[in-house]
Design a protein around this ligand. Sequence first.
Ligand code: G3H
Ligand code: ZN
Length: 283
Amino acid sequence: RLVSMTEMLNKAKENGYAVGQFNINNLEWTQAVLTAAQENNSPIILGVSEGAGKYMGGPKVVAAMVNALLETMNITVPVALHLDHGSSVESAKEYIDAGFSSVMFDHSHFPIDENVEMTKEIVEYAHSKGVSVEAEVGTVGGVEDGVTGGVNYADPQECLRMVKEGGVDCLAAALGSVHGNYVGEPVLGFDEMSEISELTGAPLVLHGGSGIPEYQIKEAIKRGHAKINVNTELQQQWTKAVREKLNNDADVYDPRKIIKPGFDAIVAKTKETMDIFGSSNKA
Ligand code: G3H
Ligand code: ZN
């Protein structure tokens, strides 16, 4: 059975580790990250962007697929199914109605009054169904906005409003992280992290988790992050493995054989990432 993020994130924050959100793209991808979670005895958040949701046939198909896998794979670790960067009230409600146990409502590119007000509407709807909500304040840079480096730091008072008035369960406070590849080493606002964490008390969410060096990940967790989102890194590992297979085996034509190395690469990378985040053996 799917669970919301609330309990797993509060537990993570209390105990100084972070739960990974791993974005999924298809059946095999979902099987791979669930395999990693179960083998590592780790809680996991399955991230589904609106684009990926649409690609997989819509939120109902995704929820049915994930629920069936939890049963047939005998998954016993806590699993949340989470809409990533939900763009509208309608879309967030559609995903909740389809059976998602968590949603991110991302109105960060709107003025704070509107962001808080719309988020509050989603929170009321979501909480009445036991579903958790994440919101974003400030701007995560990178591909999300079609511009590289378009970072806009979260304002601490706006973060406080989002938690107190908006009532969210966790908060993505943008502090220098970027979706996709980093140009050089990431520069994260660690002082601001501590300030926002202490001010709001909410578990913080780090977007753009791919390509952040381990020591910075550990520092971010120390300073209040309980959830870290990873997408690009898994895609790159999958592509590398599948490309290698195609390059090294000119006779292969069975799609199942072509993408099997991709599956193995995702399992390995996800397990490694869970170890770094500290969520292994925390289920
Ligand atoms: O919401 C998704 C994440 O923030 C993923 O970022 O693709 O840079 O790992 P990433
Ligand atoms: Zn993100």
